[in-house]
Design a protein around this ligand. Structure first.
Ligand SMILES: Nc1ncnc2c1ncn2[C@@H]1O[C@H](COP(=O)(O)OP(=O)(O)O)[C@@H](O)[C@H]1O
Ligand SMILES: [Mg+2]
Length: 328
């Protein structure tokens, strides 16, 4: 697997930053949602982005999907700076390469349209439709790929006739319709029943292996990251504080926040468990972050310099890095 890492990343974020300006003229606030984030995605590899609620995960994914314009940093697709190209054609082209799957399968499908419509639409928009027979064939293939069979039956169902897991499979089929090279999945199973989460994660693993898709898998469940992701990035209060191969991260977490997080997980060795991250405590307000490490106030190993400036990235090996003065 490490061999993929020697390739050029297919999608890369460098120093990505998002400061939301909110409030009126009187109560002006800046929400520092994401600061200096580096992310590299590779074909045939799943990268998990784990963090508590409010840590900035969705904001990163939305910037990568180009739904939000970053306030700083760069996004490279196959080495090309994509933020320089904002025209309609460039956006359409980007969307055909980089697709997104949302958390809520109940609101991501239009209730007045059948499954067939949801799959036809991207095919038509991206000029991959062909004639009626070709279109039907493509819908058949897509539904088979996400195991919604008999396909003819599922194509004619409305969203309300489907379970949550089936809806998320339709959302995945819709993303696949344009033959993307990257899929950005924002907590794709967190709203599904625990019993069907594994099936949806396994489907994504098959797509990674058989179609060489690069996945960014956002989750607040670190145990599912270990199960499903090759690499894991840990996010805290707008910063990605650590990145490593998932297994080495779980076996030997370096950042004190990751260590705290894993000590709260019952027993990661026993496989997939729901390890909700809220137990670790509240993250600081993103409107009043100082210049230091956001974890400093809760860190058992805090040093003076941690309160002064955010530690830079320290590379510990070709596969792992950390932002912490303990390793500087
Ligand atoms: N459009 C927005 N305007 C202002 N603040 C936002 C916006 N979107 C997200 N935020 C804020 O950015 C922070 C990170 O949010 P988000 O990326 O959704 O976190 P996560 O997905 O990890 O739960 C939160 O404080 C959230 O309130
Ligand atoms: Mg989110």
């Amino acid at each position: 697997m490490v061999s993929n890492l020697t390739q050029q990343p297919i999608l890369e974020a460098r120093d990505l930053t998002m400061h939301f300006h909110t409030g009126g003229a009187i109560s002006r606030k800046v929400v520092k949602a994401v600061q200096g984030a580096n992310v590299k995605l590779y074909p045939g590899r799943v990268t998990a982005l784990v963090g508590e609620s409010g840590s900035g995960k969705s904001t990163i994914i939305r910037m990568l999907a180009r739904l939000f314009k970053p306030t700083g940093g760069h996004i490279y697709f196959k080495g090309q700076d994509v933020l320089e190209h904002r025209g309609r054609a460039a956006m359409l082209n980007y969307r055909s390469r980089v697709q997104m799957i949302f958390q809520d399968p109940f609101s991501s499908l239009n209730p007045v349209h059948k499954v067939r419509y949801h799959l036809e639409r991207p095919l038509k928009i991206h000029g991959r439709a062909g004639n009626r027979a070709a279109l039907n064939d493509q819908i058949d293939v897509l539904l088979k790929r996400v195991s919604l069979t008999p396909t003819e039956e599922f194509a004619n169902k409305f969203p309300h006739q489907l379970s949550g897991g089936q809806r998320q499979r339709v959302a995945i089929a819709r993303a696949l319709a344009v033959q993307p090279e990257v899929i950005l999945a924002d907590e794709p199973v967190s709203m599904l029943d625990v019993s069907i989460r594994m099936g949806v994660l396994n489907l994504m693993a098959v797509l990674r292996d058989e179609q060489n898709i690069a996945f960014l898998y956002v989750t607040h469940d670190i145990a599912s990251a270990r199960y499903f992701a090759d690499d894991t990035l840990v996010m805290y209060a707008g910063y990605i504080v650590e990145g490593a191969g998932s297994e080495e991260l779980i076996q030997e977490p370096k950042h004190p926040y990751t260590q705290l997080l894993l000590s709260a997980v019952p027993d990661p060795a026993r496989g997939l468990r729901t390890a909700e991250m809220e137990v670790v405590g509240e993250i600081p307000s993103l409107t009043s972050l100082g210049a230091g490490c956001p974890f400093a106030n809760r860190c058992p190993k805090v040093m003076d310099q941690c309160r002064q400036t955010m530690p830079p990235v320290t590379e510990l090996s070709p596969t792992r890095w950390v932002r912490c003065y303990l390793y500087d």
